[in-house]
Design a protein around this ligand. Structure first.
Ligand code: SF4
Length: 64
């Protein structure tokens, strides 16, 4: 699985990195970042949770 975060869409609500801190993190201004583009299997559920809770639809999951 790969995860992409569209920085142009992100409004810094922080839901992704609060709900799924193993996959997403905050930059210095509170906007989301992806910890690692390649998400290991034990973090897939967290990745989906973060993506599903982004109010801006800024996170794309690409299943292998
Ligand atoms: S939940 Fe969405 S809008 Fe909020 S920080 Fe994460 S990517 Fe950005």
């Amino acid at each position: 699985m790969k995860v992409q975060l569209d920085r142009d869409r992100c409004q810094g609500h922080g839901r992704c990195y609060v709900l799924a801190s193993s996959v997403f993190e905050s930059d210095d201004d509170g906007y989301g970042l992806v910890v690692s583009d390649d998400v290991p299997p034990d973090r897939h559920e967290s990745a989906r949770k973060g993506a599903g809770n982004c109010p801006e639809d800024a996170i794309t999951i690409i299943e292998d």
